[in-house]
Design a protein around this ligand. Structure first.
Ligand code: FES
Ligand code: FES
Length: 182
């Protein structure tokens, strides 16, 4: 079957099997920023935006997305020119292995578009479906707050390869298996 999408602001027609998920189709077509973790809707690593809302693409049947507007992490910036949310994650040392980060960033982008100045409880609630095994979540909360400042035009936008703008520079936190509320 053929699927028509607006994918990262470009109209495309992609081949898909009827049983494919959105994640299958994205990754088969080179959009590998969305990661396959659990493949059961539990970890959030595969989060992308569909019509501006965050969805776990591993459990989104592709036929339900036909004609939709899909945005992936590839649309936010490049290695040499990070977008403000990406730069905030790097500068706050909010990633270690990085596998959860594309989903975290897409979920954070959606939050910041709906709620430009979220408090900590709102950030924790928004990210509660996205798991991270490495960071302990505190740096991720710092990054989202920093991204909010940057998007409001009050902060530094350029990433410098990981030097933190705020807080403790220590990259290692205790490991947690669960969500940000743990
Ligand atoms: S890979 Fe989609 S939620 Fe885990
Ligand atoms: S940085 Fe490793 S899972 Fe989050």
């Amino acid at each position: 079957m053929e699927i028509d999408l607006t994918l990262n602001e470009t109209d495309v027609t992609l081949e898909a099997a009827r049983s494919d998920t959105l994640l299958d189709v994205l990754r088969d077509n080179g959009y590998t920023g969305a990661k396959r973790g659990c493949d059961t809707g539990d970890c959030g690593f595969c989060t992308v935006l569909v019509d501006g809302e965050p969805f776990k693409s591993c459990i989104r049947p592709i036929r339900q997305v036909d004609g939709g507007d899909v945005e992936t992490i590839e649309n936010l910036g490049t290695q040499d020119d990070l977008g403000p949310v990406q730069a905030a994650f790097v500068d706050n040392a909010a990633l270690q292995c990085g596998f959860c980060i594309p989903g975290m960033i897409m979920r954070s982008k959606a939050l910041l578009e709906a709620t430009p100045d979220p408090d900590e409880a709102e950030i924790r609630d928004a990210l509660s479906g996205n798991l991270c095994r490495c960071t302990g979540y505190e740096k991720i909360i710092d990054a989202v707050q920093d991204a909010s400042t940057r998007l409001a035009g009050d902060g530094d936008v350029a990433a410098d390869g990981g030097y933190p703008l705020t807080g403790d520079a220590s990259p290692r936190r205790d490991c947690h298996e669960g969500g940000v509320d743990e």
